[in-house]
Design a protein around this ligand. Sequence first.
Ligand SMILES: C[S@@+](CC[C@H](N)C(=O)[O-])C[C@H]1O[C@@H](n2cnc3c(N)ncnc32)[C@H](O)[C@@H]1O
Length: 449
Amino acid sequence: MKVPQALINSLQNIQGFNESTFIKAHENEVPPISIRINPFKNSEIFSDAEPIVWSNYGKYLANRSDFSLNPLYHAGTFFVQEASSMYLEQVLKSTVDLSQDLKVLDLCAAPGGTSTLIASLITPDSLLICNDVIQTRSNHLSDNLTKWGTMNTIVTNNDPKDFMRLFGFFDVLLIDAPSSSSGLFRKDPNILKEWSDVNVNSWALKQKKMISDAWSSLKQGGILIYSTSSYSKEENEEIVDWIESTFNAEHLTAKNTDILGGEIISEGSFRLFPDQVKGEGFFITAFKKKSSEKEVFIRSGKPIKNNNRRTEREILRHWIKDIDDHTWFEKDGEYFLVNPAHEHAINLITFNFNLRKVGTKIGKLSNKDLIPDHELAMSIFLSEKINKVEVSPEEANKYLRRDDFVLEEVVKGWSLITFKGFGLGWAKILPNRINNYYPKELRISTKEA
Ligand SMILES: C[S@@+](CC[C@H](N)C(=O)[O-])C[C@H]1O[C@@H](n2cnc3c(N)ncnc32)[C@H](O)[C@@H]1O
């Protein structure tokens, strides 16, 4: 793979750039394969795999197995993510007190690498809003957060400027910006075909626009983390200079370099090059907001409706762990489980944003019973008391394809289909057949196990 000469020329004075090893890494080396374990669903599937030193849960895999055919992938026990981008964990740990309850906005979140990483590090009472402006991508993001199983997340499909309505709301704003993506040339050669310095400049303009649009949603003292998969300084160091000159922001000089060495620091930001770390090209930096935003009145929706709570609570007790610690609301006949600490925030966001997912959708109540939703099957709050049917790899594959299959000696009624103990989805077991409730839109199509 030949890196464009214009890009090589533009990188000459950047700290850590080494032309010959950089070219060699692009000509001869294949990108490593990496995943991140879900700490809430620890299947120990990759316990012997090589760890990624800058990530608590990241691992390199020796072989490219087809993730989509692994039932544990569909159970949400791991997420496939590029290794360098997991450096976000170090930046979060060095700039944010993660033991506090935080409100976090992941502005450019699809398909969910950064969101599932943040969800793994924040407290249960923290609230994470995961947004993507592209509708199809926000749906995919929502599916991936459903698999992760946490409840303290909301998925929105909004333009960054819509977040201006939430003045001074967030403690942390992550902008993992779309970019010219030169850092991903090795993973996707099509990016290289489309790369040009004109495109670099047009991405830089878009990045400035989304930062300007979202800046007011960050509270005073809040942390902005900005990252790209681009090598170009127009999208990185020049954006840092622009943020410092445009907003009342303090650039937080990169710390915690012990893991990778000082070479990865460029003008106070982290730059990961593929010839120096086992990962792709990545830039990440952080700021503290010094100015305050004027609090404005934000219109809120109707308070969350909780009719007939006692009866509902008794039905839900069978399905949900520690139901007394949670609350729920009903919308159009569907029930959603949420953390009571988030009721106010959810009211605000429900009213002002295009929602794709709120808390955990539990399902519909009908004749004093629940028709459980797929989100509940994936939830880490699902009760241990529900019926489960453990399946073999072949049966798991049939289930995920929504094919018919037969099970011996099973209890009638709703059952969670599990693989190695991890939930894949619901089935309703009737006297003469099994109804497969795996969502149609998620079913896998390949025939081979
Ligand atoms: C680098 S990717 C984000 C990757 C994600 N953080 C992850 O770790 O999986 C950038 C995302 O920004 C979204 N995007 C593109 N234009 C945008 C805009 N104007 N505002 C917000 N998001 C945008 C894209 O749909 C894309 O999903």
